[in-house]
Design a protein around this ligand. Structure first.
Ligand SMILES: O=C(O)c1ccccc1N[C@@H]1O[C@H](COP(=O)(O)O)[C@@H](O)[C@H]1O
Length: 230
């Protein structure tokens, strides 16, 4: 998303399920639109339905298929129908599995990692040069069925320990009230939100999306006024 100050930050709106929400996300400046293929999620969508929605985004934003430890049959169906620009692997996929999936479809991979403490970041080492982008999300709360989309944040100061060259998106409990602080604190190249722009699980709220983008715009403008190279 290009801000009024001319800076760039990627904004991914995840878990879209209606044409209205996709259209509004695009109009507001989403750079990535995410579709969730995980049966336990309230945002789960049938690949054929997602494919229809993806046509609205084609050429305007990157279409991202979000999967969790998906097998080849499921991935084949999702990729064939959706024709995503990127795959987000949000489970416990090994580096070898990421390499295999990347080779199978020739698509860039966003590999998600759940973070609670500093040691969790070391897990990315094995994926450097394999995953195209990292995504840091909070660890799910105890008892949750979902590896993501839980609306919980983690300690963003942990990101300060990352090598400056690591290209990553930040997610986990972002909303209009905290996204500015998250951007200022981490200088993430992209942010990703799902439940923080919903009125109920799986139901995107247009006003909340507008407020979210406005908060991102304010934060990036502040960062650019302060001389950040964001
Ligand atoms: O959103 C989901 O339901 C979901 C399900 C399974 C894997 C990932 C999922 N979403 C991802 O979770 C994070 C953060 O979500 P939230 O903003 O805290 O609700 C985000 O990266 C989504 O892509």
């Amino acid at each position: 998303m290009k801000t009024s100050a001319g800076t760039n930050i990627d904004v991914k709106i995840c878990g879209l399920r209606t044409a209205e929400a996709v259209q509004r996300a695009l109009d507001l400046g989403a750079t990535h639109v995410g579709f969730i293929f995980f049966g336990k999620s309230p945002r789960n969508i049938d690949p054929a339905d997602a494919a229809e929605l993806a046509e609205l985004a084609r050429g305007r934003a990157k279409v991202v298929a979000v999967t969790v430890n998906a097998d080849n049959d499921d991935l084949d169906e999702i990729v064939a129908l959706l024709r995503p620009d990127m795959l987000q692997l949000h489970g416990s996929e090994s580096p070898e599995r990421v390499l295999t999936v990347k080779a199978m479809y020739g698509l860039p991979i966003i590999k998600a990692f759940s973070v609670r403490e500093a040691g969790d970041l070391a897990r990315i080492d094995a994926y450097v040069g394999i995953a195209d982008r990292f995504l840091f999300d909070a660890k799910p709360p105890a008892g949750s069925d979902l590896p993501g989309g839980n609306g919980v944040s983690f300690d963003w100061t942990l990101m300060h320990a990352l090598d400056g060259g690591v290209d990553y998106m930040l997610s986990g409990g972002l909303n209009k009230d905290n996204v500015g602080e998250a951007i200022a604190m981490t200088r993430a190249a992209g942010i990703d939100v799902s439940s923080g722009v919903e009125s109920a699980p799986g139901v995107k709220d247009i006003t909340r999306m507008e407020e979210f983008f406005e908060a991102v715009r304010r934060a990036t403008d502040r960062a650019s006024a302060a001389g950040s190279t964001m």
